[in-house]
Design a protein around this ligand. Structure first.
Ligand code: NFS
Length: 653
């Protein structure tokens, strides 16, 4: 595309915020390599019917597009029905993706329990026992393998249950469970919810937009409290519960003298083994034979978050940096599994020496080498991949290599257990100090900032502006997914960030505990950890008895995937308001828009709020937090003093 002629084409610094991305974007232009940012320009006249959700191609009498002159499709469906049906299909897609990820992990847990783990073991037995107790299993005198088998069966039933509600729903506050019962949205089996979504949206089935939207929330609950929650729990059992760990993020973590291997995608089984195999002396020896100093393993997207949380493996970048990493010319291999791996990767890689290797039989990419990952012999699979990457090192072309300097230090690994420990120490691990800080107003509220990047927006811009604004206003920020990586890159995941960015009250709390003001809680399936944390706050007492009472807000600033739609819906159905930085495809229906952006509050105590400007979003978030504080009767100004035990005893909680 000719930049001179087309003035709408943005310069690299208008597309991204961090130095590393800007520099590699400029290199991509110089190298004449097309990445998502440029493909966005080619797609700039995106379909208005699609954007507003009024294009229906569910049956072959269409595709139909709703306009003022043609207000109904061939079958008679109006904009409300069409928009609601399209929305539900997105939720079903997101739920399916998270939940299938969870299912694969449960099947692995079952194999381990049956002694067929192929190198995988239960790393975190206390987590197994704690989680088994949460589901009412008897754990005293039950052997580890036996307990794992019982728990795997509980989880598998949550996928297949036809008439029983999910067991995992019982982990929610009792009052919230009653809300779901009342609204008729307590989900049965996860698989049934997704199948029912596809059935309801088939031609000639469910046409009532409210009924369809209620099922959207029901399906999303099967994700957040079902598939995603199960994925996080089983990951903790098999791979270990995360605890604070230091590392670094951005493209600067690539190393000039090492064989760079990137793991990208979502499921942690293979990347865990790669993390182990990267330290294998034989792997290092082979790398040295090939003229490198060793193997450098780093990650992209949520696989990055998984291995960061548990091993401190560095993060090369978030969603929109996946192609930029290849543009550095310094990556020998990118190993992809499922979700968020762009089909354009091999085309970018063709301009360099990078080999794209797909590893999941349900996720093949044209132009990638497919090496099906064998979980029965996972370590060997992992080592073979590293050997292959090492062999590719000799194809690296030094004149094409440019590794940006930018990288930032970070602390990640904040599982709910880790937060409890951090707040209360080993013997008094609890959320009490957090609740107290909220009640006293030192922490005004909590924001869970989650989700992706989207080339419609400047990379990380909204996320970082919003995060800073919230910290300044004493809002503790919890993060997952690519939003967490954005904060990592901008240096916000360090305790020192509190000194620079946090308001006085939040800063006091962070300093006393030694924690960053932004807590990285993991990958996108780990958004279930945010709900778990909010539930702990309710259990601890003093901040209401339902999630809709707690001064907490969810935010998806730069989201792009169906998973994000599902996440938003399960937050709202759980009583947590959600602020979106870009809109759903729903503007073609006033009925759907009004319900999602307000009407749902009647049933759930929460709804969506669209704010495309980060500072306006911050204002809206503070207003929601303050309304909740007001209702709790704690919306008074914080006193500027450190609280001690005497103060705590005087608190009326
Ligand atoms: Ni979430 Fe993780 Fe990133 Fe978005 Fe994709 S990697 S699961 S969907 S893009 S945050």
């Amino acid at each position: 595309m000719d930049k001179e002629k087309d003035k709408t084409i943005r310069a690299a610094q208008d597309r991204a915020t961090d130095r590393a991305s800007i520099e590699t974007l400029e290199k991509a232009e110089r190298d004449c390599v097309t990445v998502s940012f440029f493909r966005m320009d080619q797609q700039k006249n995106q379909c208005g019917f699609g954007k507003s959700g009024v294009c229906c191609k569910i049956c072959h009498m269409g595709p139909c597009r709703i306009t003022p002159k043609a207000p109904r499709g061939v079958c008679g469906a109006d904009a409300d029905t069409i928009v609601a049906r399209n929305f539900l299909r997105e939720v079903a897609g997101g739920t399916a993706a998270h939940s299938d990820h969870g299912r694969h992990l449960v099947l692995l847990l079952k194999k381990i329990a049956e002694g067929k783990g192929g190198g995988y073991v239960i790393k975190d037995e206390p987590a197994l026992r704690r989680i088994a107790r949460e589901y009412g299993l008897e754990t005293e005198n039950v052997a580890t393998q036996e307990l794992a088998l019982q728990l795997a069966d509980v989880f598998l039933r949550d996928f297949t249950a036809q008439e029983e509600h999910l067991e995992t729903l019982k982990l929610a506050p009792v009052k919230r469970q009653a809300v779901w019962e009342r609204a008729g949205i307590a989900p049965e089996g996860i698989d049934r919810m997704v199948v029912e979504s596809m059935h309801r949206t088939h031609m000639g089935v469910d046409h009532d937009p409210h009924n369809i939207l209620l099922h959207s929330f029901r399906t999303a609950l099967a994700d957040g409290w079902g598939g995603s929650r199960i994925a996080s729990q089983v990951s903790d059992i098999i791979f270990g519960s995360p605890s604070p760990v230091k590392s670094a993020a951005n493209l600067g973590v690539l190393e000039k003298n090492k064989v760079n291997v990137l793991v990208h995608g979502h499921e942690p089984a293979l990347s865990e083994m790669l993390a182990a195999a990267a330290g294998d002396p034989e792997v290092t020896a082979r790398a040295k034979e090939a003229g490198a100093e060793g193997v450098n393993l780093a990650g992209i997207c949520c696989t990055a978050n998984e291995v960061l949380m548990r091993h401190g493996i560095a993060v090369a970048g978030n969603f929109l940096q996946q192609e930029l990493a290849i543009v550095t010319g310094a990556v020998e291999m990118m190993i992809i599994d499922v979700q968020c791996c762009m089909p354009g990767l091999p085309e970018v890689a063709a301009s360099y020496h990078t080999e794209i290797v797909s590893t999941s039989d349900i996720a093949k990419t044209v132009g990638a080498h497919h090496a099906a990952f064998n979980p029965d012999d996972a370590y060997a699979s992992a080592r073979d991949l590293l050997f292959r990457a090492i062999a590719n090192f000799k194809r690296r072309e030094p004149k094409k290599v440019f590794i940006p300097a930018a990288q930032s230090p970070l602390v990640a690994g904040f599982s709910v257990e880790a937060i409890k420990y951090m707040l209360g120490g080993r013997f008094r691990a609890s959320f009490r100090p957090l609740n107290d800080a909220i009640i006293q107003g030192r922490i005004r509220g909590v924001a869970g900032i989650v989700g992706c990047n989207n080339p419609k927006q400047q990379l990380d811009h909204y996320i970082n502006i919003l995060t800073k604004e919230l910290l300044k206003n004493n809002v503790l920020v919890l993060k997952t997914g690519c939003a967490a990586i954005a904060s990592a890159k901008s240096g916000m995941l360090t305790p020192e960030a509190a000194l620079e960015h946090a308001g006085a009250g939040l800063r006091e709390v962070c300093e006393a505990i030694g924690m960053p003001p932004v807590l990285h809680m993991g990958s996108c399936v780990d958004n279930s950890r945010l709900l778990e944390a909010a539930t702990e706050v309710v259990r601890e007492g003093g901040l209401g008895d339902d999630l809709s009472d707690v001064p907490v807000v969810g935010v998806a600033p730069e989201w792009m995937s169906e998973k994000a739609v599902s996440i938003g819906c399960y937050f709202v159905a759980s009583g947590v308001d959600v602020v979106l930085g870009n809109p759903f495809y729903i503007s073609g229906s006033e009925t759907v828009t009004n319900y999602l952006n307000g009407g749902s509050a009647e049933a759930f105590g929460a709804s969506f709020h669209l704010h495309e400007n980060p500072l306006e979003a911050a204002e809206a978030i503070l207003a929601i937090i303050d309304r909740r504080r007001e209702k709790l009767g704690i919306n008074k100004k914080a006193e500027r003093k450190l609280y001690d035990m005497k103060d705590r005893r005087e608190l009326d909680v």
